[in-house]
Structure formats: C-alpha cells, structure tokens
Write a protein that binds this ligand. Structure first.
Ligand SMILES: Cc1cc2nc3c(=O)[nH]c(=O)nc-3n(C[C@H](O)[C@H](O)[C@H](O)COP(=O)(O)OP(=O)(O)OC[C@H]3O[C@@H](n4cnc5c(N)ncnc54)[C@H](O)[C@@H]3O)c2cc1C
Length: 293
C-alpha cells in the first residue's frame, strides 16, 4: 500500500494544469494536494518522500506553464484557510503563504502600514512572491521581510530570520523549501495617503492589464538590468507577434496571451522566438520568468 493512500481526502490524481494555472494550459499534474494545516503538510511531505514522489509548491499558478503532456510528481497548494491569514499587529504583519499578494497590499494600506501598496494588482500568492522576491519600480519585497516560516521538502519546519534569508534579483534561498508564512515589518503612514497611492497604482495596472482577473496570460521574462522587458520586446518589433494560439500582448508586451486553441507548446515556441530575436538584434540574453513544468 502506498503511503499517499492515507491522504486521499486532500490529494487528487491527474488534475489538468489548465484548471490550476493562469495561462489555462497544460496536461495533467500527477498529484495535486491541498493540505489543511502545517501538520498535514509535514506528514504529506514525509509520505510522498517514502513513496519516491517529487513535490513542488504551486501558488496561484500565475508564473507556471505546464507542458501539454502534463507534469509528473506532486503540486502542493497552500490555499486552505489555515494558510491564508493576514494578522496585523502594527507595524508587523504575519501572513500565510497562501494569501494573495494583492489582498496583503490593500489590507496593510487600510491598516495604515506603508511599503506594500505598490504590490497591489500583482497576481499570485505571498509565498511565491517572497520566495521570488517580487519587485516593482518602487520596492522589492525583501525590504520588508523580517522572517519566514518554511517546511523543507523532507518535512522539517524552520523559522528563518532575515539574516538567514538570502535574497537576489527576483530570487531567494526560500525557493528550496515551501514557505508557509512570512512576517513583515512595515512603515506606519496615513491610511488616506496610502489609499491615494493604492488607487493610483490600480489605475495604472488596469490600463495595462484590463483583463487581470480573467487569466489566460503570464509574464514571459525578467526585466534585463536597466531596462523593461516590455520595452525591449517593442524595440525588436515583436509586439503582437504570434505562434499558434499564443501571442505577445499588445497592451503590455511583457505578457504572453493564450488565445483560443493555444497549447503549451505554442507558448514555448513563442518564448524561444523572442529569446532568439533579442539575442540576434540587440545582443541581450533574456532570462525567463515563466517557469516550465
Ligand atoms: C499581469 C502580471 C503582472 C506582474 N507584475 C509583476 C511585477 O510588477 N513584479 C514582479 O516581480 N512580478 C510580477 N509578475 C509576476 C507574478 O506575479 C509572479 O510570478 C507571482 O509571484 C507568481 O505567484 P503564484 O502564487 O502564482 O506562484 P506560482 O506561479 O504558482 O509559482 C511560481 C514559483 O513559486 C514557487 N512557489 C509557489 N508557492 C510557493 C511557496 N509557498 N513557497 C515557496 N515557493 C513557492 C513555485 O514552486 C514556482 O517555482 C506579474 C505577473 C503578471 C501575470
């Protein structure tokens, strides 16, 4: 008998990635798990290790493209209630990894805590955002992280202080574990002023991403140093370029849009085309933001 049989209530087999990712593409994920508590997460990780099943964290699926043939192993999503709390004790905030980054931005702003309002409207969960050090022109998450609670893939729980977390440009050492919660220290500010800033940020994002809630798109590349990926793609003339059902978004060329009948393979080929043209025309090696499973 498999160890994973004990987790039937929270593990489903062969769930289409199209239901789990923003692009709405991709074949079945072998196992999809929704643990209900940290204890259950730890037990699940130990059981899957005994069964020799690979595991990885899946947040909202805004930054992941699953291949048309699907992905082996287990995707673990922390979207159950126990992982989505936002606990404000000014100037500190402790947030579950499954909470949406955008909800954190609005909650902290209305509590009169500044710093994260620039993250409003960015898709995804707090766990993925901190692990990848989400960055805007105004701030990077690393500026406000005080500590993180993680469970490593062998099931060991650790509380990491700021000194133990190594942040890089859109990366961190947290990616080798599953982040379960994060403590932030923010800056007290006037709620009215924060509401004004928040509104401004929303207006700008809505202009570029009017379909933000509908899915069907994802960011393709990280911004090269000193430049926006969107500007570079415009410079090499690929705005609106398409392969199969995938095309470069006209409103924001940093995004790939998955149209009707799009396949994961179409997206992969479009990424390769943009990379090739960037290298040939402006000698820039683009770094992928979209992770392929
Ligand atoms: C319209 C749009 C605008 C965007 N704007 C910005 C922006 O301004 N700045 C910016 O930096 N990014 C931006 N992004 C990128 C995007 O928001 C990130 O990719 C996002 O953080 C993904 O979160 P997710 O929860 O969907 O993670 P997923 O896509 O599910 O996962 C992404 C990665 O995080 C890992 N992960 C997920 N959960 C955890 C966890 N709990 N612990 C450890 N690792 C985990 C996964 O294993 C995977 O490697 C934008 C994307 C879009 C589509």
């Amino acid at each position: 008998m498999s160890k994973l049989d004990e987790f039937r209530e929270i593990v489903r087999k062969g769930v289409p990635a199209s239901e789990l990712t923003w692009l709405g593409l991709g074949g079945p994920i072998e196992y999809f798990a929704l643990p209900r508590s940290e204890e259950e997460l730890v037990a699940l990780l130990k059981a899957r290790a005994q069964d020799g099943v690979e595991a990885r964290a899946l947040g909202d699926g805004a930054g992941v493209l699953v291949s048309d043939v699907g992905a082996p192993g287990m995707a673990i999503r922390l979207s159950e209630k126990a992982f989505c709390n936002i606990d404000v004790k000014s100037p500190r905030v402790v947030v579950g990894a499954g909470a949406k980054l955008s909800r954190l931005a609005t909650t902290t702003a209305s509590a009169g805590l500044g710093g994260l309002e620039c993250m409003a409207g960015i898709p995804g969960t707090v766990g993925a955002a901190v692990a990848s050090n989400v960055t805007t022109p105004d701030a990077a998450l690393e500026q406000y992280v005080e500590s993180a609670r993680v469970v490593d893939y062998s099931g060991e729980v650790r509380e990491l202080s700021k000194d133990e977390i190594v942040f890089g440009r859109r990366s961190s050492n947290l990616s080798s574990s599953i982040v379960v919660s994060v403590a932030f220290k923010l800056e007290p500010d006037s709620p009215e002023e924060l509401a004004r800033r928040l509104q401004k940020i929303w207006i700008v994002r809505q202009k570029f991403h009017p379909e933000l809630d509908k899915g069907g798109f994802a960011r393709m590349f990280r911004d090269p140093r000193g430049q926006r990926a969107a500007d570079l793609i415009e410079e090499i003339g690929l705005v609106g370029a398409g392969i199969g059902g995938a095309c470069v978004c006209e409103a924001d060329p940093s995004l790939v849009v998955a149209g009707p009948n799009c396949s994961s393979d179409d997206v992969k080929r479009l990424l390769a085309l943009v990379e090739k043209q960037a290298k040939e025309r402006v000698q820039i090696e683009l770094e992928r933001e979209l992770e392929i499973w």
